[in-house]
Design a protein around this ligand. Structure first.
Ligand SMILES: [Zn+2]
Length: 248
């Protein structure tokens, strides 16, 4: 380290003789003196802080993360360019179709529901009602405190007819003139799909069923209450103001 004479005079030195610390904070005259005494080779001096032990605050450069600007010469041209987005090819695009939200719904609140209630009746609902000796229309009114119109679709009717003689009572109930018949256009007599389709298209219905699987499927459709049998009476779920219904 090269030092100017003026600097040397201002500083104080730690004298080191053959690697060993000897005297601290001596002035230059002492350095010269020791040089003569111990010879040049054995004597080194190290600069110490003139302000007695205070450590100078050094700016730590490493702590600041530095980022190269895009104009920096170290960046290759390829990396410097901003990546352009590929224009989507309309031939390769996948079309996502989402079902249109029903205008009858205010979020999950169904504005089309209200007395008189339209109740889509399932096959097993009629059978369980007979087992529990419940009059369907009367029990529906007991549950909802309002006029209820039961609806029977062609496929439910066909299911009842298929069940045979044992269920002739159910068939006779379903033929009651107070039950409204709904014509079906689909093939086969599988009623679950039919009821589900009707309910997704028109939000005016309540579905009356005891079938667990159908209930699970209908719960996925927003705004459709489910009527079912519980404790020898009708109960309803997803109907906020059905205060007469027993708690589930
Ligand atoms: Zn049908």
């Amino acid at each position: 380290m090269l030092l100017k004479a003026r600097d040397i005079q201002r500083m104080r030195y730690k004298l080191i003789i053959t690697g060993e610390c000897f005297y601290q904070h001596r002035s230059l005259t002492h350095v010269v003196h020791f040089r003569f005494r111990f010879g040049l080779r054995n004597l080194n001096f190290v600069e110490t802080n003139p302000k007695m032990g205070k450590v100078k605050a050094v700016k730590k450069y490493a702590e600041v993360k530095r980022r190269l600007s895009l104009k920096d010469s170290r960046i290759k041209k390829k990396d410097r360019e901003k990546k352009k987005r590929k224009k989507a090819n309309p031939e390769n695009m996948t079309v996502r179709e989402l079902p249109q939200a029903s205008s009858a719904l205010f979020f999950n609140y169904n504005t089309q529901l209200g007395p008189p209630y339209h109740v889509l009746v399932d096959t097993n609902f009629i059978n369980f009602s007979i087992k529990n000796k419940l009059d369907i229309i009367q029990s529906m009114m007991d549950c909802l405190y309002a006029k209820c119109i039961p609806y029977i679709s062609d496929c439910v009717m066909a299911e009842l007819e298929k069940l045979g003689k044992k269920y002739r009572v159910a068939l006779r109930i379903a033929r009651d003139p107070r039950f409204v018949r709904l014509p079906c256009l689909h093939k086969g007599t599988y009623a679950d799909d039919c009821l589900l389709q009707r309910v997704t298209q028109h939000k005016c219905y309540i579905v009356a069923t005891c079938d667990k699987d159908l209930k699970r499927r209908i719960r996925k459709v927003p705004g459709v209450p489910i009527m079912y049998l519980q404790q020898h009476r009708y109960s309803i779920e997803r109907m906020p103001d059905a205060f007469g219904a027993p708690k589930t």
